[in-house]
Design a protein around this ligand. Sequence first.
Ligand code: 0X9
Ligand code: ZN
Length: 737
Amino acid sequence: TRDVVAWRSADLVALRRSHLAYRPLPTAAGRSRGRRARPRTVLPGLPSGRTAYRHLADYDADMTALAARDPVDVRAFTLPHPSLEGRPIRAIEIARHVQANDGRPVFLLMGLHHAREWPSGEIAMEFGIDMVNRLLARDPRVTDLLSRARLIVVPVVNPDGFAISREAPGSASLDPGLEWKRKNCRVVDGALPAPGACEAASALTLGTDLNRNYGGLWGGAGASLDPRGDTYRGAGPFSEPEAQNIHELVSSRQVVTLVSNHTYGNDILRPPGVRDVPTPDEPALAGLGSEMASAAPGYTSSYSYGLYDTTGGTEDWTYWSTGGLGYTIEIGPDLGGDGLIAFHPDFASIPAQYFGTDGAGGGLRESLLRALASTAGTARHAVITGAGQPGSTIEVTKHFRTATSPVLDADGLAGPVQTFPDTLDTRMTIPASGTFADHVNPSTRPLLAGRAGRSAHGPLTASSSFVSALDTTSFNGSGDPPPGSYHDFPFTVGPGDDDALATVRIQWPDSANDFDLGVWRKEASGPDTLVGSSAQGGTDWESARVLPDEPNGSLAAGDYYARVYDYDSTDKQFTGSIGFSGPTAPVAPRTEAWTLRCLSPAGTVLGTRSVVVARGGHADVGAVCGPEAGPPVHVRARAGRVSLDRALQYGFPVKVRCSSSCTAAATASLDGERVGRAPATADGRPVSVVRVLFTRKARHRLAHRRSVTLGVRVRAVGPGDGRGTATTTAVLVARRR
Ligand code: 0X9
Ligand code: ZN
């Protein structure tokens, strides 16, 4: 790209309102210093007593000292992969009696994915020190929380980048511009950096953006393909050891709450990272998001895509693949100027961030305490209880394949999705009491649960196109784009239309030009509503999706317009198209199980269970370590009445009654051949309805039948793995044709 430099240029609030004046991310470093934050005098000192930003060695020393000061409650450890320049990535775990290998839920707090965002590491480290201080002082709230939950702090995810950024000011050997380094030290894809290569001024804009390298949804919108781009996604999903560390950490622990600190913008951001229907966990995610935001003066809780589109961000893997609630906190306000200084303003502003400015006990300290309290409570994760020999291991695992986004090519065209194997594997030891409680994420991945309903879209059913107006003036600034810098292309959605998606795409011949795109809905009164947007830099395309207001609804009827903003164009030429897609048939909700095993200290498998458990739910597996099974379950089943046509499309219900709580699954067969199945129920209630869905083959085979009688077999599993089965028949009759 050219010199289109705008480091999160203007006031973020104004940007948010204008939406599109905002530049996703810069590609080259500005140099000037902005104004300084006002020092606060009335606030207490930070928990560490520090008055200046840490250097990398200070983080190391602080973690070592904490573990030495309170070895009962603090454990320091090193993540599996060293950085590209060979540095260890260190972590501390803080909990009452930290060494006990019990099943307490985990809150993971991280900083410094982005090298220049120094406060992101400070707030993480200070919170860790604060918690240890409070434990040692027997503070009742902190002692209670850390008796029920664990805190893991990884203050410096990207030590190579941070060391460069932190040492650049005032260093004799480093270019001062390196203070604004953002990414890691992947100077050449697939290779380790030659000594000194990452420290060269010319490498400032090279590297992979670790917050675009996570494998879940990797490679989609809001990430760059240019190794010099500020949001460069890297050579492949999890190609960077620094992101892979967090992947492995989160895969080996039950991280039910995750906060990744960044700067700046005073935001608490939650998935999704690109505009879409809300996640299946919107109530829980929004709930904790606002609890955190309301504790810190000036902070607001919002969807991640409200800032701008991202894919391959931390939560795109952690949330969608584990179900752990994940957030990005953008610490600190925009300070104007060239936007750079707000990435690490004067250190004197840090206490105000941590303690809040109103002296009312708020600030990020309180936000993080609320995240810890949410972790300790059981409303937002799942609990598996059971019994077994003390000293045995309870292992909870899941294997699946993680999918990237359809991987975009340099023209922004979607290529195939890539997948890779993923394993979640966590362990605890059964305590002397002989009973255990394992605090885990829900068994069904949100990615799977989110497929329920109508979130997929059919093929393009209609489209129209438009061409550039050639009469705009480039805006290339911040604040509200002035009239004359954009042009509107109207379209309508009729009252009878059943469109589940509209896609507006513009493209232009030369990526030296830069247009942005907004899609607006006209309102009868009041200002129009922005319903879709796309604003990148360095591409020759933008693409915005417009979705219904309700997850399974249709686009609201009305007048819309695509607004094309001339951000920086000399050619003034673009072409655009507006396409509509209809809905696809609803998808039945799916469930997924954890595999729980009890292992003897020697590693012998003593028992295995498949456990389906929802967020906020509880599953008891009974005595899981012995050969003895629980009492058998008596089961009755009855197939509901629905027409064959409907059944082929949506499945048919089977009502199940068990003599105790149970999870039930069913299969349907015709002439001894299986034609459909219902996955296991999630809630373990004695009475439940399972829905049998037909296989694709059976749907074809049965499509023209008048009627069909199926054998239905229900299998149920109750407490202590007690089992039972029942059979019934389902008679399905076609509507008269
Ligand atoms: O772009 C980013 O990575 C974050 N902003 S920053 O200025 N600190 O670089 C925002 C990321 C938000 N999105 C996700 N976490 N998915
Ligand atoms: Zn960041």
